[in-house]
Write a protein that binds this ligand. Structure first.
Ligand SMILES: Nc1ncnc2c1ncn2[C@@H]1O[C@H](COP(=O)(O)OP(=O)(O)OP(=O)(O)O)[C@@H](O)[C@H]1O
Length: 254
């Protein structure tokens, strides 16, 4: 770990929750991530932005140990990744839903609860709390095959929240979710952050980007800017994040 990757908190050096050093990932001769380094600190809400195909999902998969980098290192909560036992310490919501469609929502939740080591009254409480956040309590016993696309996204988010993980990694969590529910999900994310949860997410939605503590822009395999939304706007003299990133990255984000 580099000296700069440590923060000083009340005299105690706390390692970053995510510590990425010089990650490179190639698919064939296409270098998707080119020497990316990034720290995310405890309790931060960090947003990754970038044009479609810029490598956001690839970086997130490497962070969580689902994919491996060709070179570079990743630590989560001080542990080198990938590591199976870390599954209990972070929640991950993939872009494409990883659900068992022939099972009911509840059976899916019970499966992930056992993976996370939840049982008994705690398991029941957490299933109800997570499904309440995504407004799916009335649909617990429906097979996932009968869920709409948006309901599947919401169930995937409930699964990521199920074990109250220290770290939440969410790949476009609100795609396909209506504006009212999107707001209540954001209220919950902000509440979780205030309780100390570290949240890393990707988004194409600019008002969501504005709610993040810091943003990272990926472009052509590199992190071209990392800063708070306010600082990025001030630095570029633009009033919106979208315009700021066009200045910083030389292109649109969609
Ligand atoms: N398994 C793979 N094999 C080959 N190429 C891949 C693979 N996974 C990703 N890529 C390529 O890597 C690049 C980055 O993809 P990635 O999914 O990380 O982008 P993204 O920024 O998340 O895009 P979006 O915003 O559209 O979700 C793309 O060109 C994609 O085609």
């Amino acid at each position: 770990m580099t000296a700069s990757s440590l923060i000083e908190t009340a005299g105690v050096r706390t390692p970053p929750v995510i510590d990425i050093v010089e990650i490179t990932r190639r698919f064939g001769n296409h270098t998707v991530l080119d020497g990316i380094s990034l720290n995310v600190e405890q309790g931060e809400l960090f947003g990754l932005l970038g044009p479609s195909g810029s490598g956001k999902t690839t970086l997130i998969k490497i962070m969580t140990g689902i994919d491996r980098a060709d070179s570079g290192t990743v630590r989560m909560l001080g542990e080198p990744m990938p590591q199976l036992r870390m599954l209990q310490r972070f929640g991950y919501m993939a872009q494409s839903d990883a659900l068992y469609s022939e099972l009911t929502a509840k059976q899916n939740l019970l499966f992930f609860a056992s993976l996370y080591g939840l049982s008994g009254a705690q398991r029941k409480k957490r299933i109800e709390a997570s499904m309440s956040v995504v407004d799916l309590l009335d649909h617990l016993d429906k097979p996932v095959s009968a869920y709409s696309g948006g309901m599947k996204r919401r169930l995937s988010l409930a699964i990521a929240l199920l074990h109250e993980p220290a770290v939440l990694v969410l790949d476009e969590p609100t795609v396909g979710i209506d504006p009212v529910l999107r707001q209540s999900i954001w209220a919950e994310l902000l509440e979780m952050r205030s309780r100390g949860t570290t949240i890393i997410l990707t988004t194409h939605v600019m008002d969501e980007a504005d709610k993040c503590d810091r943003l990272g822009l990926i472009r052509d395999g590199k992190l071209t800017a990392v800063d708070s939304p306010e600082a990025l706007k001030a630095r570029t003299g633009r009033s919106t994040i979208e315009d700021a990133f066009i200045v910083l990255g030389g292109g649109g984000l969609a």
